[in-house]
Design a protein around this ligand. Sequence first.
Ligand code: UD1
Ligand code: UDP
Length: 374
Amino acid sequence: MKRLKVMSIFGTRPEAIKMAPLVKRLEKEEEIESVVCVTAQHREMLDMVLQIFDIKPQYDLNLMKHGQTISDITVGVLKGLEGVLAEAKPDIVLVHGDTSTTFVGALAAFYQKIKIGHMEAGLRTDNIYSPYPEEMNRRLTTTLTNFHFAPTKGNYENLIKNGVSHDEIHIVGNTVIDALLQVVQDDYRFEEEILNQIDYKSKKVIAMTCHRRENWGKPMENIFRAVRGIVERNREVEVVFPVHMNPAIRKLAQEILGGVEGIHLLEPLEYMAFANLLNKVDIIVTDSGGIQEEAPALGKPIVVVRTETERPEAVDAGTVKVVGVEEEDIVREVEILLKDSAAYEAMANAVNPYGDGKTCDRIVDVLLNYHKNN
Ligand code: UD1
Ligand code: UDP
């Protein structure tokens, strides 16, 4: 029997982290021929993930340009994938999440009538501009998709509301948990010596990340000023902030947080180091999507600096609080966690709404079942 040819397409750090365990799993399956195409919408941040999971893409569009716009990525991915898909002729293309690579990867596959599997399907906010452009990328990708791999029951229900047929949706969990379980170790030592030197027992350590487009400008300024104020008022607090490589974010971070005692601005950490940092700190302040899924599994309170979330599961479970992007709201909520141990303990529960680490197995089962019947 001819093997099923599955092409995984991804381009940014979070897609790579969440697709890596599936790529490794597909490579082991005899009935599947697994090929990887990276758009390299991100370069260094993508390569760090490829290296740690030992993935060598067969195709690399090498698209990243500094200061790229959403249109640059859209045009580059669409044109770049045209030839790759025509040459490789996969039976199924897999895309992940909500980036421009995700949506345009699905569109390019549709143009060649290739079946599409969408991992992390069915996440929704009520606002097409928040997160921007991700919320629209998700909706457009849903329209193009044949196999919807939904992490949770709530995601399934969102897809049903969008008119997706029940038998095209598979509730499988999120591969982020498969990845996380592979890398977190209690005796982990960091290559960055500063992270070994921090006294995690007597200090209150906050890990933070911030990068979303809808937070660029005033909201991000508010977030950074809030964190600076918290550190200046609470001497026991240390902040570790591996800064995203977007130049606009780096400039603002340096301006507001650079040189402040107790704030460590670092380069992006490789995934293993970052996951182990999450495991050691007390509180996480972030606007990231993926971190809202990882940190609950590690039992860490997460203060989300956004106005909404498409990941309500950990909010309902009590480990995530969405606090918005006003300086005084962020300061108040973080200081409650620093000073009120009952409030802290109430949020520091390990909950895991996103799966049991077997998401990749479930996705492979769906693909093999399709192969058997076609
Ligand atoms: C992208 C995704 C976003 C995702 C985020 C994860 C879109 C429109 N945005 O946003 O959904 O949450 O990735 O991090 O798809 N850069 C580097 N090296 C890198 C990566 C980025 O130098 O390895 C710099 C470049 O100057 C690049 C800029 O960051 O032009 C922005 O990258 P881009 O992918 O356009 O947007 P992100 O904000 O990273
Ligand atoms: N991450 C990482 N190094 C860092 C910061 C984050 O490996 O310095 C990981 C993090 O564990 C999560 C993912 O990157 O899995 C989140 O990516 P990002 O915040 O860039 O995007 P989002 O999740 O918001 O789409």
